[in-house]
Design a protein around this ligand. Structure first.
Ligand SMILES: *[C@@H]1O[C@H](CO)[C@@H](O)[C@H](O)[C@H]1NC(C)=O
Ligand SMILES: *[C@@H]1O[C@H](CO)[C@@H](O)[C@H](O)[C@H]1NC(C)=O
Ligand SMILES: *[C@@H]1O[C@H](CO)[C@@H](O)[C@H](O)[C@H]1NC(C)=O
Ligand SMILES: *[C@@H]1O[C@H](CO)[C@@H](O)[C@H](O)[C@H]1NC(C)=O
Ligand SMILES: *[C@@H]1O[C@H](CO)[C@@H](O)[C@H](O)[C@H]1NC(C)=O
Length: 567
């Protein structure tokens, strides 16, 4: 191997500071992160300004996924480049205290960007459980300017509390959260424009997350959660809009694993509440849409637009009524994990759709590559290709899997939330494997129930093929190979991904085939590997339903740093 490429592979090569070719200026980054925004239910179809300024002027990464369908672990993955099983900020009660405890506050994106010479700003929700009590002990590190939303008012759309640069928190009575986030973001852009240094600005409104306000119940303040609240000017939009009536919306036949399969069919009151909930989400996104335009115009006003990347995504997805589920997240279903990602900026093709798989663990590597900072060897993702050349080169050569992981409870939201009732044992590993030719979902739950959906033929995940019948198992299902053989590959892939680290998460086939002769599913289904997959790789199974990633409860595991079962 060439010495230089060895250094690059080892993550040791220090790239020069990025210069954008057209302007010779170091690029800025504006990162817009919405909260709980779906792609599958069509939320972006109601955001014309996002379409005008980001989609038409940039690239849509149409196979983008979060790796954990919950805000804190998803945000931790975005800001560290690590899977939840490596950053460990995955428990639902976690939030900011857990982030601090796991050392994330001392070693994450904004600090790396400052080291690279970028000034960093952040507005809105950084973490859940980042509160008026703990914001100063310790402070969220790494920001030159910050204006964080704080609990217990983070999700109170009309009474938010912000803390600016660690001063005293300020409560905004009767002011609309997203509009405040927008104004504050524009203010930081004004500040940044006065500096010769490039900047990163994170902008994180809470829309379309549900609204939580505190009401006085007999002298005690109690949280009450409802659908998100729109700005008053958007309150009456979309009166006729309902949740898309896809085949998996409140289906006649139950679907999914045990606790989902046991849900009763929604009656008309529940369906009406779900439709209203959905409309409120779309209405609440209108202020986000307007904010996108305001940000683009502000960048233009300061002559910064041509050397600024704008990235738009959400922390995780959301479901409303699919599989009979009340509004919520936490699930590995496509609604909860397949999310928007748009990027515009220097060199990024306009009005382009990139058919490659990307995940949240790729975002930190992408930001580092945008600023020309060295890659970090402990990140579990890889930089997203941004130029036409790199996008084209990655098609067919990039990874095609997503590992989704979760441990613990699921909760629901909305008027008919499973009141006060947490669904326990929502612990699972789910694999998505997606290319132009195939699209599969495979999961193993902590009670050792499995799911297998062939999503080319069953895009709504209604027909679980597991356990496969002998006839089904022998039928040629995939490039002439029987489904039972393909299933062994899915299981082995899950086995290595559930404890993967760094490059192993991006190139898992190489862990299974160290010779490097297998780089995708199509290679792996070769009959010459049947015996290896059948006999040599232990099957994924759980010993226990745990509330977090504990090696002792993970069943058989593969240890990447020791060695592997010989091939
Ligand atoms: C931003 O913070 C970093 C780290 O503290 C510091 O080196 C840099 O000078 C700051 N930028 C400005 C404009 O003060
Ligand atoms: C408030 O207290 C009154 C008197 O104790 C009681 O009757 C009522 O149910 C309480 N309301 C709620 C919402 O708990
Ligand atoms: C639907 O079920 C709820 C209880 O979950 C009940 O309050 C409501 O009256 C029912 N609506 C209809 C139309 O049956
Ligand atoms: C959840 O899992 C635990 C441990 O495996 C088990 O003891 C318990 O019965 C399960 N609870 C439910 C409601 O399934
Ligand atoms: C793998 O083995 C090493 C060395 O014994 C240990 O430090 C590490 O925690 C193990 N990791 C996993 C995921 O088992």
């Amino acid at each position: 191997m060439h010495a230089l490429s060895m250094l690059v592979t080892a993550g040791l090569f220090l790239a020069p500071p990025a210069l954008t070719s057209s302007t010779g200026k170091r690029p800025n980054i504006v990162f817009i992160l919405s909260d709980d925004q779906d792609l599958e239910m069509g939320s972006i179809n109601y955001m014309p300004l996002l379409d005008k300024y980001l989609s038409a002027k940039g690239t849509t990464y149409e196979r983008h996924y979060c790796t954990t369908a919950l805000c804190c672990p998803a945000r931790a993955s975005i800001l560290t480049g690590k899977m939840a099983h490596n950053h460990n900020a995955h428990s639902m009660e976690g939030g900011y205290p857990k982030v601090v405890q796991e050392g994330i506050n001392d070693d994450y994106l904004p600090l790396w960007l400052q080291e690279a010479g970028w000034d960093t700003y952040y507005v809105g929700k950084l973490w859940n459980a980042h509160s008026t009590d703990n914001y100063n002990s310790p402070r969220a590190r790494g920001w030159n300017g910050s204006d964080f939303l704080l609990d217990p008012y983070t999700y109170d759309f009309y009474n938010p509390t912000f803390v600016r640069n660690y001063d005293e928190p300020i409560h905004h009575e009767n002011e609309y959260s997203t509009d405040l986030v927008s104004q504050k973001a524009l203010g930081f852009l004004d500040d940044a424009s006065k500096s010769a240094r490039p900047f990163f600005l994170g902008v994180a409104p809470v829309a379309p997350h549900s609204n939580t306000e505190y009401v006085n119940v007999n002298g005690t303040m109690k949280p009450v959660t409802s659908a998100p609240l729109p700005a008053k000017r958007h309150a009456n939009l979309f009166d006729e809009v309902v949740v898309p009536r896809t085949p998996h919306f409140n289906p006649k036949t139950p679907s999914g694993v045990y606790w989902v399969r046991d849900l009763p069919r929604l009656n008309q009151s529940h369906v009406d509440a779900n439709d209203l909930y959905y409309r409120q989400r779309l209405r609440s996104l209108q202020a986000v849409d307007e904010m996108i335009e305001a940000i683009v115009q502000k960048l233009e006003e300061h002559n910064m637009l041509d050397h600024t990347y704008i990235i738009y995504t959400s922390d995780n997805g959301f479901h409303v009524g699919q599989h009979r589920l009340e509004p919520g997240k936490f699930c590995p279903f496509e609604e909860d994990v397949h999310i928007p990602l748009f990027i515009r900026g220097p060199g990024v093709p306009e009005n382009e759709h990139a058919p490659i798989v990307t995940t949240h663990t790729d975002l930190a590597p992408t930001f580092l590559s945008m600023v020309g900072a060295p890659m970090r060897s402990d990140m579990d993702g890889e930089a997203i290709p941004l130029t036409r050349h790199d996008i084209d080169a990655s098609i067919g050569n990039r990874y095609e899997h997503v590992q989704v992981e979760y441990w613990g409870y699921a909760v629901s939201e909305g008027d008919y939330a499973y009141q006060g009732y947490l669904i326990p044992n929502n612990t699972y590993k789910a694999l998505r494997i997606v290319s132009d030719e195939y699209s599969f979902y495979y999961s193993i739950w902590c009670n050792n129930e499995h799911e297998l959906y062939d999503m080319k033929n069953d895009p709504y995940q209604l027909e679980n093929r597991y356990p496969i019948s002998p006839a089904d198992g022998n039928r040629a299902a995939f490039f002439g190979r029987p489904l039972s053989q393909v299933l062994n590959r899915f299981d082995a892939l899950t086995m290595v991904l559930k404890t993967c680290k760094s490059e192993g998460c991006v190139k898992p086939w190489k862990l299974l085939h160290p010779a490097g002769d297998v780089t995708n599913l199509k290679d792996a289904v070769n009959p010459k590997f049947d015996s290896f997959y059948e006999n040599d790789v232990p099957k994924v199974k759980y010993d226990h339903c745990s509330q977090g990633f504990f090696l002792e409860f993970e069943g058989p595991i593969y240890n990447q740093s020791i060695a592997f079962i010989p091939g």
